[in-house]
Write a protein that binds this ligand. Structure first.
Ligand code: ZN
Length: 210
């Protein structure tokens, strides 16, 4: 075999490895590159075990790095039959330096996925019409983005993921390479590390009085 052949085969192998979708259970598939991270994040959400979720790496997502959404063709099915997609940008273009999703530290990725699963929990409680309305409001209203993002963070925290969520937040806010504009968006719409600690405290207190 020529050197070129070998090189091409090697490239193809790597390519297939990164793109391969792994079935982690009957309902959920995830790219091999983030399989472990997704499994850990999902383990915090046992109630999503039977919910169809596809994790998908795509070239680019407008204005964000990940997005959870209901699958359009299942939107009007009963809540139980609804399926979800979590889109993950291949490159995290939040700075001059481009981060590749595969290079993001493991815990940060787990926190990120945990936040997206928080959105899935939020969606799973909404009716179809409410979701359509939600989509519109999210698109047009800043205060609504804030409400939705905080709900997702809060679900992640109450599912025992606060360490991961905090790490993810700090990774963004304290990373000199990350674009100030993106940090601003995170500060404006998401829970701050202090607010997360507040929720953790409230949550632990409520657990004790139960
Ligand atoms: Zn979000």
């Amino acid at each position: 075999m020529s050197i070129l052949h070998t090189a091409i085969l090697k490239f193809l192998n790597i390519f297939l490895f990164f793109m391969a979708l792994i079935q982690i259970n009957a309902q959920q598939t995830v790219p091999e590159t983030i399989r472990e991270e997704a499994e850990i994040a999902l383990s915090h959400y046992p109630e999503l075990k039977d919910t169809p979720i596809v994790f998908k790496i795509i070239k680019n997502i407008k204005k964000s790095t990940m997005r959870a959404q209901p699958k359009v063709n299942t939107l009007f099915k009963s809540k139980k039959k609804r399926a979800y997609v979590i889109l993950i940008s291949e490159k995290i273009k939040i700075s001059e330096k481009v981060f590749y999703t595969k290079d993001v530290p493991k815990d940060i990725m787990i926190g990120w996925l945990g936040h997206e699963l928080g959105h899935v929990i939020d969606y799973s409680k909404r009716s179809s019409l409410n979701l359509v309305w939600f989509g519109l409001k999210y698109y047009f209203s800043g205060s609504y983005i804030k409400e939705a993002e905080r709900a997702a963070d809060t679900y992640a925290v109450t599912h025992g993921m606060h360490d991961y969520i905090l790490q993810t937040k700090r990774f963004i806010l304290e990373n000199a390479d990350i674009d100030e504009k993106y940090k601003e968006r995170i500060r404006r719409y998401y829970l701050s590390p202090d607010e997360i600690m507040e929720i953790v405290k409230e949550y632990e207190a409520s657990k004790q009085t139960e």
